[in-house]
Design a protein. Structure first.
Length: 93
């Protein structure tokens, strides 16, 4: 199973999983946090990854959508995403 990988370019957070890629504008991200519910909250959220019972969930809320990342590497991914959004905040001021 391929894991989720996140990168960024000048304006977007890019989420890679298997053969797909999802881009989220960094300026649209409102909050990022871990979610301990099984399927993740929000029936209309975009789900990325495989939702096993043992996987962690990272939620990315934007101004228009919510994304739930199912991962076994939540600490690293969460820190990386937060560093990308914080550096975007610093650049915009």
């Amino acid at each position: 199973m391929l894991g989720i990988n996140v990168t960024r370019n000048d304006f977007n957070l890019i989420i890679h999983w298997q053969m797909s890629s999802t881009e989220i504008p960094l300026s649209d991200i409102k909050e990022v946090y871990e979610d301990d519910t099984y399927a993740g909250e929000g029936a209309d959220a975009v789900r990325i990854g495989t939702p096993y019972n043992t996987t962690d969930r990272i939620v990315i809320n934007t101004s228009t959508k919510s994304y739930i990342l199912f991962t076994t590497n939540s600490g690293t991914l969460l820190n990386k995403i937060k560093s990308y959004t914080e550096s975007q905040d610093t650049q915009s001021h």
